[in-house]
Design a protein around this ligand. Structure first.
Ligand SMILES: N[C@@H](CCC(=O)N[C@@H](CS)C(=O)NCC(=O)O)C(=O)O
Length: 219
């Protein structure tokens, strides 16, 4: 199977992470954004959106990172990454959709404004767009925090695609300039989390990792 990719992309990251956990080797071909390769006519046949990732397996050209994750996981059902139980599987899919619709776009926006724009000469970061994205990030981060409170994994008691999906999105702020945009909230969140967890958790040093807004730098 061949993966068209660019290592900067969180959407590529989640596919590579899934392949690594599954022990599946993918032949990789870099799509160079600086050269505009994502808009090359041969590539647009595979991915009409002009984006990465794209997985090609025989006559299948599959786009959308979370669909690719499910496809890879379905090759190794024994891994449990996409559980067989239909209710648990639906819950995993739900968190993947939640990430696509609500969570990762906020981090992607901050990353684009703070890191990509200066890199490609698209002008100064738009402070208002960054503020809006950070406000949404805090709102949805609180939802994920509540879900993880007392739970080791996002769904059930084992690693699933839900964890790999969300972890890949959270790796975006590990980019230094992006982290500096998020850190004021992270520091407040970290202290609040440590305080609130201290009274009821015998492992308070683990508490900052429970606050997803403090997970910048996880990868
Ligand atoms: N929903 C798609 C999003 C793909 C996407 O937007 N990829 C970005 C990189 S993170 C891209 O290739 N952008 C190139 C461009 O817009 O020119 C997925 O999950 O695969």
């Amino acid at each position: 199977m061949k993966l068209y990719m660019n290592a900067m992309s969180p959407n590529v990251r989640r596919v590579r992470l899934t392949a690594a956990v599954l022990g599946i080797d993918l032949e990789e071909q870099k799509i160079d954004f600086a050269k505009g390769e994502q808009q090359a006519s041969e590539y647009l046949v595979l991915n009409p959106n002009g984006a990465v990732p794209t997985l090609v397996d025989g006559d299948l050209a599959l786009t959308e990172s979370r669909a690719i994750m499910q496809y890879l996981a379905s090759k190794k059902p024994e891994s449990g990454l996409l559980p067989r139980d239909e209710k648990v599987r639906a819950d995993v899919t739900r968190w993947q959709f939640w990430d696509a619709a609500h969570f990762s776009p906020q981090l992607g926006m901050v990353f684009f404004e703070k890191v990509v724009k200066p890199m490609i000469g698209r002008g100064a970061p738009d402070a208002q767009r960054i503020e809006e994205a950070l406000a949404n990030f805090r709102r949805y981060g609180a939802v994920l925090n509540r879900r993880l409170d007392g739970n080791e994994y996002v769904v059930g008691h084992a690693l699933t695609l839900a964890d790999l999906t969300l972890a890949s999105s959270l790796c975006t702020p590990s980019r230094p300039r992006c982290r500096s945009a998020i850190s004021p909230t992270s520091r407040r969140g970290s202290r609040a989390s440590a305080r609130s967890t201290h009274g009821r958790n015998r492992h308070p040093r683990q508490s900052p990792a429970r606050d997803v807004t403090t997970m910048a730098g996880c990868c």
